[in-house]
Design a protein around this ligand. Sequence first.
Ligand code: MSP
Length: 535
Amino acid sequence: MKSTDKTKNTFAITTPLYYVNDLPHVGSAYTTMAADALARFERLRGKSVLLVTGTDEHGQKIQRTAESLGRSPQAHCDLVVPGFEALWEQLDIQYDRFIRTTSRRHEYIVKEFFQRVWNSGDIYLNQQQGWYCVSCEEFKDERDLLPGNRCSVHTSKEVEWRDEENYFFRLSRYQDQLLALYAERPDFIAPESRRNEVLSFVNSGLQDFSISRVNLAWGLPIPVDPSHTIYVWFDALLGYVTALVDPDSDPTLENALSKWWPVDLHLIGKDILRFHAVYWPAMLLSAGMSVPGGVFAHGFLTKDGKKMGKTEGNTLDPVELVKKYGADAVRYYFLKEIEFGEDGDFNETRFINILNAELANDLGNLLNRTLNMARKYCGGCVPNVSGENLDGDNLLKGMSLDLGDRVAGFYEELAFSKACEAVLALVRAGNKFIDVQAPWSLYKQGQIESVEQVLYSVLESVRLASYLLSPIIPNISNAIYQQLGFSIDFNDRVTVNSLANFADHAAWGALPANQTLGEPQPVFKRLELLETVPS
Ligand code: MSP
């Protein structure tokens, strides 16, 4: 997506701020892995990157969960948050800021922002009547409810009738400005289907929405009337702004906006699109702030073809999954197998088959067999061939010349699956190439120069593939780079960002001739289906 201004050397991206009513689920992991892959890609090509994640801790849902567990809301949040931090570490998520909406700094930002909106005359008191889904933290239209007054997202939950005085935000005032924004910046909302959904929603007429609650203690007080607390979504969206304040600066809007605002991209799931693509830009316009670069809404994950949920008894625990199979496997499956933006499914047998076929066989074996041949025929070094001078008809070279650009284009569009496919095509061609060229026979026939050309081109293809996949499978890429004799660590974000030059590494021929190769070791061990992942 073009939200990234290519001339700019900074890139700020956010994940949603996750509710802490429960431990992280695979949906939260999915958004976060995608955000991390994109952040890593931008770092790889030299941008100064800020990846923001965090937790959304106020509101009725959290208060009720805490009550049901006999904890104070704050104690509950403090217990759950480390579970998110631990999962991000296990999944090799390199976030730069982790914002908790219960932090003191956030309260200052919310207060200042509220005041700006208040001064714009966009907040007023009125009576709110309607059906509320506590799980969504959202009022629902009666016509969207399922039989038995159940929410269409949280199908086992009944919505609750509310009739209370609330402060309202004058969303209706921003209808024309929002439509103008979507028209001027057609890439503001992606994918296209989501943009159309928002357009039809806004075109059908915007209604003001309530931004305060009475009888709910667990929230920030409305500055002009502390008998109300601020609606959790109004508060949570501002977490994106609080996160931008440098840790050693005062929490003021001025400081928050000085370097990273507007962020380039909010990455979210499709269920929270309206908040990000309609409410949020309107709130920002009211406060006199610029709007973000864009919003990308991905699809929903199912398990074995069914909706995931506790009531359905088929949740997928990301912690167990990553413990069992490792970070790279989980990252690869979700980003390669599911077209980002579409709904997708997790099935453990398919998971194992894909990883074995693509990472263990296609990629891992190619490196392994070629390294072994390089030891046998070339003294354990990269053959003395220069990538540039390689035989003009070399198939792998031909395929690789514009691969870096194509893959970069796919990352920019968040088309992770296409990025992986393009790289895999080279890897598969590498396997065929070596079978057809049969360097072992060339060696027997004394055609050493040809052996060297073949081995160089395959090793260089594996290097290029692992470089381009490093935002998705950093650990496998590390292992490959090490075995090729490099000392780059793709998990060292500072080094990757300052040393690597994307144009050079993403181009054919970066593997230096005569470089000493490392010990051949499997970069990805074949997986076995032992037992089902515990739900
Ligand atoms: N707290 C709000 C976000 C506030 S952002 C200022 C929230 N939190 S959430 O924890 O409920 O959801 C976080 C993300 O998980 C959302 O982007 C949502 O789309 C995603 N998913 C929840 N279930 C999912 C699947 N089954 N599949 C894919 N993503 C899903 O909403």
